[in-house]
Write a protein that binds this ligand. Structure first.
Ligand SMILES: Nc1ncnc2c1ncn2[C@@H]1O[C@H](COP(=O)(O)OP(=O)(O)O)[C@@H](O)[C@H]1O
Ligand SMILES: [Mg+2]
Length: 230
């Protein structure tokens, strides 16, 4: 589903250059939950952003479902993002002036659903994350865990084949964090979605099919998840 080869990303130029990724190879299959771990500043968000066509690589190959996207012109990227990815990013916050329901509807409308269809599907998605009764609330009325579930409902809108999540449990209590991971794992196992989760959170590592470690912009180890080695 995702095939990354010899990926380099440098921010800035000359003496101010930061080499965030230095020759990364990374693969994710459909139905797989891959956790990406590493210290702060090691390049996790950069890698996830390039994978999700939010950020351009400096060099290297990024294939999504067999199609090379690293060389696509800028104007093609929003379409690739909409078609392939659901994002649960810390920086991708909910729109504060829109209700939970409207936040999810907006993504569905961007994906071409009619207003009526978007309303129906957003309602179903909020039900899946057990938030039906909060559908009319603004994000400011919701707890951290509830907001994260709205973000998940929005990420699942339109059934993208790949879910990318950047520290989705970092701001949550243990129980909410477990619920979020259970939801993401279920998507991978029952619906064949590819799920990539950046995490620092050792409580959720048991949900991984694979754990990939990154340090200083290089992959330093890839190992089986605990379930598989037990
Ligand atoms: N927009 C940017 N401009 C310059 N440097 C950046 C930018 N984003 C990230 N970096 C640098 O790239 C490196 C990797 O950052 P990041 O991918 O955010 O790491 P992580 O998510 O693992 O904490 C860090 O040294 C960071 O300071
Ligand atoms: Mg980060």
């Amino acid at each position: 589903m995702i095939e990354i080869r010899n990926l380099f990303k440098t921010y800035g130029h000359g003496s101010a250059a930061v080499h965030a990724l230095e020759g990364v190879d990374f693969d994710v299959d459909a139905g797989e939950v891959v956790m990406l771990m590493g210290p702060s500043g090691s390049g996790k968000t950069t890698l996830l952003s390039i994978m999700g066509c939010i950020l351009r690589a400096t060099s290297g190959s990024v294939k999504i479902d067999g199609r090379e996207v690293a060389s696509l012109p800028e104007k093609k990227l929003p379409g690739v993002r909409l078609e392939h990815f659901g994002f649960i990013f810390q920086g991708f916050n909910l729109f504060p002036a829109l209700t939970a329901q409207e936040n999810v509807e907006l993504t569905l409308k961007l994906k071409g659903r009619s207003a009526r269809e978007a309303r129906r599907q957003a309602g179903e998605l909020l039900e899946q994350v057990d938030l039906s009764e909060k559908a009319g609330r603004l994000p400011s009325d919701l707890s951290g865990g509830q907001k994260q579930r709205v973000a998940i409902a929005r990420a699942l809108a339109g059934d993208p084949p790949i879910i990318l999540a950047d520290e989705p449990t970092a701001a949550l209590d243990s129980q909410s964090g477990l619920n979020v991971m259970q939801m993401l794992t279920r998507l991978a196992k029952q619906r064949g979605r590819a799920v990539v989760v950046v995490t620092h959170d050792s409580r959720v590592l048991g949900f991984a099919d694979r754990i990939v470690e990154i340090a200083d912009g290089r992959i330093c180890s890839a190992e089986l998840g605990m379930e598989k080695t037990a």
